[in-house]
Design a protein around this ligand. Structure first.
Ligand code: GLN
Length: 206
C-alpha cells in the first residue's frame, strides 16, 4: 500500500440535551464518525462540531453546570466546520429575542425564538434555494425565525421570504432539522465541509 489512508475526521455532537442522536445517524450515512460532547475533554481532536436542536435555554443552563461554556466557545471559534440546527442556531446567533438570552454571537443574525408559533405551527415546508436541489423541504419544530441578517452572513435558503439556512465562514445554521429527513442535502453540505477541512489539515502522526 502506498501512503497510509487518513481516518475520517470525528464530528463532535453537543450532547447535553436535544436531538444529537439523530445527527449521529445522519452523519454516519456520510461515513463520518461522531463523538458525544459532554465535558471539555470531549472536544479534543475534533474535525467538526454539531449544535443540535432541542431547548436552547436548557442547553445554556447545562453548559454552565458542566463548565463547558468557555471551552465550547473556543472550539466554535477555532475555524472548524460547525453545523447548528434550531436551538443550536439560537446559541450561535448574534442577537436572540423573545426572550433575549445569552449566545455565542458567531452567526451575524437576529433570531426570534419560537418565531413561527409553538407546536401547532411545526411541520415540513418547501424551501427556496439556489444551492439545494429543487423540491428540498425542511422540518420546522418550534423554530426560531431569522429577522435580520448582518454583513458577512450568506442566505442559502428561504421559507417564503424568511432566511432559514445561513452561512458565515465555517458556520452553517438552519432554523429547521435536516437531520430528521433521510439523506437531506444540508447534511451532505456539512459533511463535505468537514471532509474538505479534514483534508486541509496535516495528517495525524502514528
Ligand atoms: N424553541 C426552541 C428554543 O427556543 C428550539 C426548538 C428546536 O430546537 N426544535 O430553544
Amino acid at each position: 500500500m502506498a501512503s497510509e489512508s487518513r481516518r475520517p475526521p470525528v464530528v463532535g455532537l453537543l450532547a447535553l440535551q436535544g436531538d444529537f442522536a439523530e445527527h449521529a445517524v445522519a452523519l454516519a450515512a456520510h461515513g463520518l464518525p461522531t463523538r458525544e460532547v459532554r465535558r471539555s475533554a470531549d472536544l479534543a481532536g475534533l474535525g467538526g462540531l454539531v449544535l443540535p436542536g432541542g431547548e436552547s435555554t436548557t442547553m445554556l443552563r447545562l453548559l454552565d453546570v458542566e463548565g463547558l461554556w468557555g471551552p465550547l466557545g473556543a472550539a466554535l471559534r477555532s475555524g472548524m466546520p460547525v453545523f447548528a440546527t434550531c436551538a443550536g442556531l439560537i446559541l450561535l446567533a448574534q442577537r436572540v429575542e423573545s426572550p433575549a438570552q445569552r449566545s455565542y454571537g458567531l452567526l451575524p443574525v437576529t433570531v426570534v425564538r419560537n418565531g413561527y408559533g409553538r407546536q401547532y405551527h411545526s411541520g415540513t415546508f418547501a424551501l427556496e434555494s439556489a444551492v439545494l436541489p429543487r423540491g428540498t423541504s425542511g422540518t420546522f419544530i418550534r423554530a426560531p425565525r431569522i429577522t435580520h441578517v448582518g454583513p458577512g452572513c450568506e442566505v442559502l435558503a428561504r421559507r417564503g421570504s424568511d432566511p432559514v439556512l445561513v452561512r458565515a465562514g465555517p458556520v452553517l445554521g438552519a432554523c429547521f432539522h435536516p437531520e430528521l429527513q433521510e439523506r437531506h442535502p444540508v447534511v451532505a453540505m456539512f459533511a463535505a465541509d468537514v471532509c474538505a477541512h479534514g483534508s486541509a489539515q496535516p495528517a495525524e502522526a502514528g
